[in-house]
Design a protein around this ligand. Structure first.
Ligand code: ZN
Length: 64
């Protein structure tokens, strides 16, 4: 499971995205940035920055 906290990119934002793959997290956070932070351009450089903030979260055994 991959997770990202938008606040690591945009201070003050508490949006979090989680998905099974990095690509899915990226697409979720891109969608969020488009709607919540229209001033931020998802340039290749920004995408690299986003990728660097993606964390690996171990699958929890509870509820599976
Ligand atoms: Zn945000």
């Amino acid at each position: 499971m991959k997770t990202i906290t938008c606040g690591e990119l945009v201070p003050g934002c508490d949006y979090k995205a989680r998905a099974d793959t990095e690509a899915d997290v990226l697409s979720k956070v891109s969608e969020h940035v488009r709607t919540a932070h229209p001033e931020i351009e998802m340039t290749p450089k920004m995408v690299e920055k986003v990728k660097s903030k993606i964390h690996e979260e171990p699958h929890s055994s509870a509820g599976q």
